[in-house]
Design a binder for this molecule. Structure first.
Ligand code: EPZ
Length: 423
């Protein structure tokens, strides 16, 4: 099977306007939530990505009809007759787990494959299962599948959803969805506060759900009998926006990043400013510029509103060229450092010590053939390659295609030299 590679020639200086797509991580749980609103649901601003196509396939397999036109997807969930998530699909995309809560609420039974290994480290699903059990689900694990059933309907409860690494985004999505159709009142303590959860909650409210505390770690849900189909536009992708910010910073460039919510990126913007990178926040865009002279800084990833793990690798790329030493600490996925070895091949000076990486700034990065390992690590290699001297070959760009819509077209339009080739 042919596999795409990127040939990236650097260094370049990025300048101009670049537009952020809708959020993948918002669209995926919202698509799953439409399972509970029988009828035609219309979602706008959905990025055209392989992960979205995988979600469509998963939903089609359970009886949903999907129709995609550009960035709009119509999900007709009138008939959902096979509450099942097949291993062959779930192993391609862990986010498939977000069908668990909605299917349980709608069909009162569901079987979903346990997600398998993941390039960013061990990712258990215990919090999802615990939360659904507290709503009355009976859960069994058999033959690699999670089987959940509920007799007599879900029942509201007070649920503490914290885990060893804090809140969980998709566990919050699953339990929140299921609680909207449970009998009585549910309180979720230690809910994830990520903007994608807020978007999901706002979408559920449009469907007729009764939720208060949206955006806070305590969500209160009063169960309703049914939800109705909606039309909804997903929020801009804050991680794509943050990746473009890193690209402007590393190329000593100036980008006007459109469809960008600065209020969703406060931790990243704060770090950029302390790194000597200029950021101007406007109503619908952010302008980011750098004249070089990147200052070192320390970054610790945390649940929202802390610094996002999904931008850790891209900011590491920028800090590789800082004048001094930085320490990056990963507190969400302590093994999410596959990019360290690849960036070292580009002459970065990095030392990993447990969940920390010490980044000693170098004068320049030098192009090399590198391997994309997961979505954000791959994006970081592209960011690094924009500033590296020579031609970087990024292998396995299918990882990037999972989460960045037309990335090479967007970056080439502002001065990058990225060529996609099938090999
Ligand atoms: C979401 O994954 C995102 N995925 C990830 O983005 C993102 O990195 C992550 O949140 C953290 O922000 C989607 O939204 C589709 P978690 P999720 O449950 O929900 C532990 C990308 O690149 N945990 O919030 O699966 C877990 O191991 C992807 O777009 C448990 O211990 O992440 C981690 O340490 C990659 N038990 C922490 O919680 C559980 O049952 C947070 O993970 C669940 C999670």
């Amino acid at each position: 099977m042919p596999m795409d590679i990127f040939k990236i020639t650097g260094p370049v200086r990025l300048e101009g306007e670049i537009t952020v797509s809708g959020s993948k991580n918002s669209a995926l749980p919202i698509m799953a939530a439409t399972i509970m609103a029988a009828g035609k649901n219309t979602l706008h601003g959905v990025p055209q990505l392989s992960d979205i196509a995988v979600m469509c396939k998963l939903m089609e397999d359970m009886g949903c009809k999907t129709n995609t036109a550009g960035n709009t997807i119509i999900l007709d969930t009138t008939n959902i007759d096979k509450p099942f998530g097949d291993y062959e699909i779930v192993r391609k995309m862990r986010a498939s787990i977000c069908i668990l809560g909605p299917l349980l609420a709608r069909c009162r039974k569901v079987e979903v494959s346990m997600p398998g290994g993941c390039a960013i480290g061990y990712r258990p699903v215990d919090i999802h299962l615990r939360g659904l059990q507290e709503l009355g689900a009976k859960i069994e694990l058999k033959n690699g599948y999670i089987s959940a059933t509920v007799n007599g309907g879900l029942k509201g409860a007070n649920i503490f959803l914290g885990g060893a690494f804090g809140s969980s985004v998709l566990a919050t999505a699953n339990v929140l969805c299921a609680a909207t159709l449970a009998r009585g009142k549910t309180i979720i303590e230690y809910a994830a506060c990520e903007p994608e959860i807020t978007d999901l909650a706002n979408c559920l409210v449009k469907m007729g759900a009764k939720i208060t505390g949206i955006g806070s770690p305590q969500l209160t849900i009063h169960g309703v009998k049914e939800l109705k189909p909606i039309e909804h536009t997903v929020i801009p992708d804050r991680i794509e926006a943050g990746t473009f910010m890193a690209a402007a910073a590393i190329t000593k460039g100036k980008l006007k990043i459109k469809n960008c919510r600065g209020d969703h990126l406060m931790a990243a913007i704060d770090k950029l400013r302390s790194m000597n990178v200029g950021v101007e926040e406007n109503e619908d865009d952010c302008v980011v510029w750098s004249e070089g002279n990147i200052k070192p800084t320390d970054i610790t990833t945390l649940p929202y509103p802390g610094f996002p793990t999904d931008l850790q690798a891209q900011f590491m790329a920028v800090l590789c060229l800082a004048k001094g030493n930085s320490v990056i600490t990963e507190k969400i996925f302590p093994d999410r450092f596959m990019h360290v070895a690849e960036m070292s091949r580009m002459a970065a000076n990095l030392r990993k010590e447990g969940p920390h990486v010490i980044v000693s700034g170098v004068e320049k990065l030098i192009a090399a053939p590198v391997m994309a390992s997961d979505l954000r690590a791959s994006a970081a290699l592209v960011v690094a390659a924009l500033a590296a001297y020579g031609e970087t070959i990024v292998n396995r760009v299918y990882h990037i295609d999972r989460g960045y819509e037309k990335i090479e077209e967007k970056l080439n339009a502002v001065g990058a030299k990225i060529e996609r080739q099938s090999v």
